[in-house]
Design a protein around this ligand. Structure first.
Ligand SMILES: Cc1cc2nc3c(=O)[nH]c(=O)nc-3n(C[C@H](O)[C@H](O)[C@H](O)COP(=O)(O)OP(=O)(O)OC[C@H]3O[C@@H](n4cnc5c(N)ncnc54)[C@H](O)[C@@H]3O)c2cc1C
Length: 595
């Protein structure tokens, strides 16, 4: 089956739920009237389904090839597809018009990213990382660096990477050893080995711009001594074209479980020439710009893999015939009924649908706040936008990738034995989606970021504002009969989330292990509540369509899926609350030798 881009869903969310027409006077939306946006999404859907999706299996089966001259060859068809991708202008969608971009809002970019990631995650990572590198230079680079690199990164002519991880320094970047030695001409010589570098070497672009974390000789130990450098594969000549080969090379490719079409490289910097981005020893905050962007990108990957896997499973469930419906044959002419009649198969498909559609709504709602943070003339709106982005980034990253993998696993289950073979795509989705829980900060680290930093930031301003927004929404719709179950579910979940937050404040400070032990359950409780809010808004918009006389079953189906979320997914908030309140005592009690 070919991937069917959910353009209808994006259009409904942007037009009816988020009502982006309201923001037509704000810069990112000026050229993004809803009709134009729908055309862009249609076009992106066509491109991803026709060009990227057919290469997904090829990428998985063939993988990338390392060559003796330290180059890497991407799977058959990737190079041509990338050229088409650049030619059509897709990399430039969200980039700044000053550097050749189209400046479209995040809500549009992320919708397009979901489609490319669903069609071919390994391929989509090449432009995804480029955009992260673009964001770091846009944010912290000098005007000269911006003029040299941004137009080429924005257009996709050059690609980008992020070089953080070293064999002994993963989560704890304070341990990194790659060193930078200042040169008389203002450049640096960078020496060290980086591992697991996505898109670190390939044949898609004429140059690769590595953004590298390294320690300048004599800098303090730990995170306070880390600086960020631009290390291009080919040093730009006087005209800004690729010149001499730099001393940075791919020593080998990692053998890995999935995303075979993306080159995961061991990168060696051997006195490579690099240039400092921003100030000395201030590399981590700059890299965080890139990482935050990338974390939302990874949340999108979780959602996208779930959608693609779910679509395949739903199509199979309509066709595969086995057994009879518990309530009498539904396909009496045939030897058996299609498996979609069985409640247990429905359970898996409905859970996937409810989490995917609610997750997509919450993700785009958050992206809208990123757009408002950048584009609103009102300081309070900008601040709230920034607060919500910071608060929800770890929530979306960890929740959507955890669930994305579980949905891919359920999709395999729907296929039965065929799912475990390579006959169908189910195992690729399961393998590809698994990495999203690990990179860009493991999901455990996202949960710690949420409870340790994001809740407390600015005296708890973001979370208090979020709670106040949920209360105000529930109050404003208290008399809305048609929305009653959604308001009831949201109110209950929000009460539990607030109780969990209080528990954390009281017990996490007294014993930090309590905060660590509670963090993952807290993050999931947060996300489930966020999805309840998103579903309420979706239901409100669907009700409005129905009240206006629209008889398209799409809206009634939305309401049923939302009610399924309330009845069969949201109750998990109660067990999450109970688990986190159990504290850390039993978790920490056994000595290490007992494991
Ligand atoms: C396919 C792939 C692509 C990648 N792409 C890139 C890339 O492009 N650029 C790049 O720089 N890196 C990349 N990475 C590296 C990735 O970001 C790291 O693997 C990840 O951050 C975890 O680091 P680690 O592997 O060293 O695990 P560790 O840091 O050793 O963690 C091991 C376990 O301990 C837990 N843990 C560690 N510290 C803590 C703590 N303080 N509290 C609680 N739990 C903790 C972790 O959650 C994890 O479960 C990639 C990795 C893979 C596999």
């Amino acid at each position: 089956m070919t991937y069917q881009p959910p353009v209808r869903d994006f259009a409904f969310l942007l037009r009816d739920v988020l009502k982006i027409e309201r923001y037509a006077n704000l810069p990112p939306f000026a050229d993004a009237q809803i009709d134009t946006v729908e055309q862009i999404l249609e076009e992106a859907g066509r491109f991803t389904a026709e060009v990227l999706a057919p290469l997904n299996r090829v990428g998985d089966q063939e993988g990338c090839r390392w060559n003796q001259d330290f180059t890497v060859t991407t799977p058959a068809g990737f190079k041509e597809a990338y050229a088409q991708f650049v030619e059509a202008g897709w990399p430039a969608l969200g980039a700044d018009p000053e550097f050749g971009g189209q400046g479209l809002p995040a809500v549009v970019n992320l919708s397009v990213s979901e489609m490319s990631s669903a069609a071919n995650m390994a391929f989509a990572m090449y432009p995804g990382l480029t955009h992260g590198a673009y964001a770091a230079i846009h944010n912290g680079g000098s005007p000269e660096q911006q003029a040299l690199y941004l137009p080429k990164l924005a257009s996709g002519q050059w690609s980008g990477t992020m070089n953080l991880t070293e064999p002994h320094a993963g989560t704890d970047l304070g341990l990194l050893r790659t060193k930078a030695v200042p040169q008389p001409d203002g450049s640096y010589k960078i020496t060290g080995q980086k591992i697991f570098i996505s898109a670190g070497e390939h044949d898609l672009t004429e140059n690769i711009v590595h953004l590298v974390l390294a320690r300048i000789e004599g800098a303090p130990a730990g995170t306070k001594g880390i600086s960020l450098f631009i290390v291009p594969k080919f040093l730009p000549d006087a005209d800004g074209n690729p010149g001499a080969r730099n001393a940075v090379k791919c020593l080998r490719l990692e053998e890995k479980m999935g995303i075979h079409g993306n080159a995961t490289c061991v990168i060696s910097h051997e006195e490579a020439t690099g240039w400092l981005v921003g100030e000395e020893n201030r590399g981590l905050p700059l890299m965080f710009v890139m990482m935050n962007e990338a974390r939302i990108g990874v949340a999108v990957q979780g959602l996208a893999q779930a959608e693609a896997a779910y679509q395949e499973a739903a199509a199979y469930a309509r066709e595969r015939v086995q057994g009879r419906s518990l309530t009498g044959p539904k396909n009496p002419e045939g030897a058996a009924d299609p498996i979609i009649v069985h409640p247990d198969v429905r359970r898996m498909l409905m859970e996937a649908k409810a989490v995917i559609e609610g997750g997509r709504a919450l993700l785009l709602w958050t992206a809208l706040h990123a757009d408002l943070a950048g584009g609103s003339p009102d300081e309070a709106v900008r601040q709230k936008g920034q607060d919500y982005m910071a608060l929800l980034t770890p929530v979306l990253k960890a929740f959507l990738t955890d669930r994305g993998f579980l949905i891919a696993s359920d999709a395999m289950q729907v296929f039965g034995g065929a799912g475990y073979t390579e006959e169908v795509a189910a195992s690729q989705y399961l393998r590809d989606s698994r990495i999203a829980m690990i990179y860009e900060g493991t999901n455990g680290v996202q949960a710690l970021d949420l409870v340790g930093r994001k809740l407390a930031a600015n005296g708890g301003r973001a979370v208090m504002s979020f709670f106040a927004e949920l209360d105000a929404y529930a109050q404003a719709h208290a008399g809305d009969e048609a929305l009653a179950p959604f308001i009831e579910g949201l109110t209950k979940a929000k009460g539990e989330l607030q109780e969990a937050t209080m528990w954390l404040m009281q017990n996490g400070l007294a014993n930090p292990d309590n905060a660590g032990a509670a963090s993952t359950d807290y993050l999931h409780l947060f996300a489930l509540t966020g999805l309840a809010y998103a579903w309420a808004q979706v239901a409100e918009a669907a009700n409005a369509r129905i009240a206006a006389g629209d008889t398209d079953p799409y809206y009634a189906n939305k309401l049923t899926t939302g009610r399924y979320y309330l009845a069969r997914v949201l109750p998990e908030t109660t067990s999450r609350l109970a688990k986190l309140k159990a504290g850390s005592e039993l978790m920490m009690a056994l000595p290490a030798e007992a494991f």
